[in-house]
Design a protein around this ligand. Structure first.
Ligand code: 2BA
Length: 94
């Protein structure tokens, strides 16, 4: 089993949640803030079987795109979503 930690920009979060729900993918949503821009984003915890990981990544990819944001004189490219995929030893529901 894997845990996908997805940091999604707020512009895309409603579409991402909808497509995950439509595909019966369970998710937990946390409000979060980027350390650099200090603007709001949303972190999703998505626990899935290994065989579902690629499908979830594709579903999220279809909803998000990166964009350029000005910070003073500089411009940074903010990803529509940043995903971290980690192994889960066990999932226990009590
Ligand atoms: P922020 O920390 O607000 O970062 C927004 C964007 O600013 C980043 O986009 C990147 O383009 C730029 N940036 C961040 N730190 C920088 C630095 N030290 N110097 C120069 N530019 C910097 P993304 O990389 O797409 O990240 C979007 C959001 O995803 C981040 O918001 C943060 O909340 C999260 N994130 C990205 N990488 C992460 C990581 N390795 N660990 C934890 N959270 C991460």
């Amino acid at each position: 089993m894997k845990l996908i930690i997805a940091i999604v920009q707020d512009d895309y979060i409603n579409k991402v949640i909808k497509v995950l729900m439509d595909n019966k993918i369970r998710t937990t949503k946390l409000s979060s803030t980027g350390g650099f821009l200090k603007s709001g984003n949303t972190t999703l915890f998505i626990g899935v079987e290994d065989k579902e990981v690629d499908k979830v990544v594709e579903l999220i990819k279809e909803q998000c795109e990166s964009k350029n944001v000005k910070t003073g004189k500089e411009e940074v490219t903010v990803g529509g979503a940043n995903l971290f995929i980690v192994d889960i030893d066990r999932h226990i529901k009590i």
